[in-house]
Design a protein around this ligand. Structure first.
Ligand SMILES: NC(=O)C1=CN([C@@H]2O[C@H](COP(=O)(O)OP(=O)(O)OC[C@H]3O[C@@H](n4cnc5c(N)ncnc54)[C@H](OP(=O)(O)O)[C@@H]3O)[C@@H](O)[C@H]2O)[C@@H](O)CC1
Ligand SMILES: Nc1ncnc2c1ncn2[C@@H]1O[C@H](COP(=O)(O)OP(=O)(O)O)[C@@H](O)[C@H]1O
Ligand SMILES: [Mg+2]
Length: 283
């Protein structure tokens, strides 16, 4: 039996955890963002900066070599690890234990990247947020879904969802197929759209924030960073997904009276995330 929950401020305040006075960066969570390829390093910049701007204590980005200077100069707060290859990821290698990993923004579907992703999935036990081309690679290799840690969060836009579950003839069929997929692989599916729904088995969360200003390049990459950050801060996977989607949309609702729909870009989500948190904390 399906359960339906509208995600509004009241619902969010059930999960939201203010930052403790005596916390420090070592206990605020360490998120690892894996992604990028030649020409799409911006996606990782957006994800990593969003992770930092949503309270994560430490953020490391794993990118091909061509991303090193871009990230180091663009976001000095982010630590960087690089692949051996210049233009795409070919061997995912890191020597620390992140609390959560976001993988996929800008990663591409190069043959070497696909192999590296499979090798990574075979050994990984850390909670995952999977987006963009990492999702597309999985859609082409459905057996690999069995390698995901349970509670992993997938963030498809409608085309990526179609690649994942196949075509649908009606909204009802889309929801039925997504729920079956979530139950089969024990994953949370963030069905991005207007509005975004979050599917956790038979529970459907409908987000109430956001607007058409979010229809701009990189806004999904920002969402991946936000959810990865919340997951790294030890929110439960479903809480991280629901809170992340809510905050992401709220930034656009707050910004639009100042920016208009047209001039709002993905960096404006990041610029307004502070105001989104403040509005949650206001009485
Ligand atoms: N600055 C950077 O580095 C950036 C890097 N990026 C990176 O680029 C990579 C490719 O990502 P991507 O999503 O652009 O490609 P892809 O999966 O082929 O989907 C495109 C097609 O999907 C559809 N579609 C999308 N949304 C829809 C909707 N709401 N509702 C309905 N349909 C929708 C639409 O199909 P159409 O309607 O045209 O048939 C559209 O043509 C990825 O790694 C990403 O991280 C980008 O994030 C940009 C900034
Ligand atoms: N018209 C809209 N209304 C509300 N949210 C939208 C709208 N268009 C796009 N979005 C949101 O923007 C994000 C787009 O994600 P995605 O397509 O992955 O972007 P990108 O890959 O360019 O980063 C999703 O969170 C989606 O829900
Ligand atoms: Mg995307």
């Amino acid at each position: 039996m399906e359960k339906f929950i509208a995600v509004d401020r009241k619902e969010i305040l059930k999960y939201y955890k203010p930052i403790a006075v005596d916390t420090h960066k070592g206990i605020q969570g360490h998120a690892l963002i894996i992604g990028g390829s030649y020409g799409k390093i911006g996606a990782v910049c957006l994800s990593s900066k969003s992770a930092l701007k949503t309270g994560c204590g430490l953020v490391t980005a794993f990118v091909p070599k061509c991303g090193y200077e871009i990230l180091q100069i663009g976001i000095p707060e982010v630590m960087i690890l690089t692949d051996v290859k210049k233009k795409c990821i070919s061997n995912i290698n890191f020597d620390f234990q992140p609390n959560a990993i976001g993988i996929g923004p800008g990663i591409g579907q190069n043959e070497a990247t696909q192999k590296a992703f499979l090798k990574f999935l075979k050994s990984n036990k850390i909670p995952l947020v999977i987006d963009a081309d990492a999702l597309n690679i999985l859609s082409n290799n459905k057996a690999w879904f069995l390698l995901l840690p349970s509670g992993s969060i997938l963030t498809p836009h409608p085309k990526e969802l179609e690649r994942l579950i196949g075509k649908w003839d009606s909204e009802q069929e889309k929801f039925e197929k997504t729920i079956s997929f979530s139950l089969q692989y024990k994953v949370i599916i963030v069905m991005k759209g207007a509005p975004t729904h979050i599917i956790d088995g038979e529970t459907i969360y409908k987000n109430t924030t956001g607007n058409q200003a979010l229809a701009t390049a990189g806004s999904g990459d920002v969402l991946t960073g936000i959810i990865s950050s919340l997951l790294a801060q030890l929110y439960d996977a479903i809480e991280a997904a629901v809170l992340g989607v809510y905050l992401h949309g709220l930034t656009a609702d707050i910004a639009v009276p100042k920016t208009g729909f047209q001039s709002f870009i993905a960096s404006d989500i990041i610029n307004h995330i502070g105001e989104a948190f403040l509005s949650l904390e206001s009485k």
